[in-house]
Design a protein around this ligand. Structure first.
Ligand SMILES: [Ca+2]
Ligand SMILES: [Ca+2]
Length: 105
């Protein structure tokens, strides 16, 4: 006759609690790692928030986690003058590579 320690569950699936770090986007550069906070934008409309934006005096930047692992792998910067540039993370080397730039119509 044992204690009924299992009465609250059988060790099934655990959902991450809201606001857990797993929901946050993060990125690293060299030794530094930044927790950018929870994604609040769904750029590809699959129902999962994958991006967040930061607005500064010179424009805004969109940080996107395109493969849903939490690590930001695409940054699009949009200047106040309408110019934009994008860079994608090479996850193998940790290097950011420019992919696109130009000017918004
Ligand atoms: Ca999405
Ligand atoms: Ca990612």
């Amino acid at each position: 006759m044992g204690m009924e320690a299992d009465m609250f569950g059988d060790g099934g699936d655990h959902l991450a609690p809201p606001g857990s770090p797993a929901d946050h986007l993060w990125m690293s550069q060299g030794e530094d790692v930044w927790d950018l906070g929870p994604a609040d934008l769904d750029t590809d409309a699959d129902g999962i928030a994958d991006s967040l934006t930061r607005t500064g005096p010179d424009g805004m930047a969109v940080y996107t986690d395109s493969d849903a692992d939490g690590r930001v792998d695409l940054i699009t910067e949009i200047g106040a003058d309408g110019s934009y540039s994008a860079q994608r993370l090479d996850t193998g080397t940790g290097t950011w590579l420019p992919t696109d730039s130009g000017r918004l119509a």
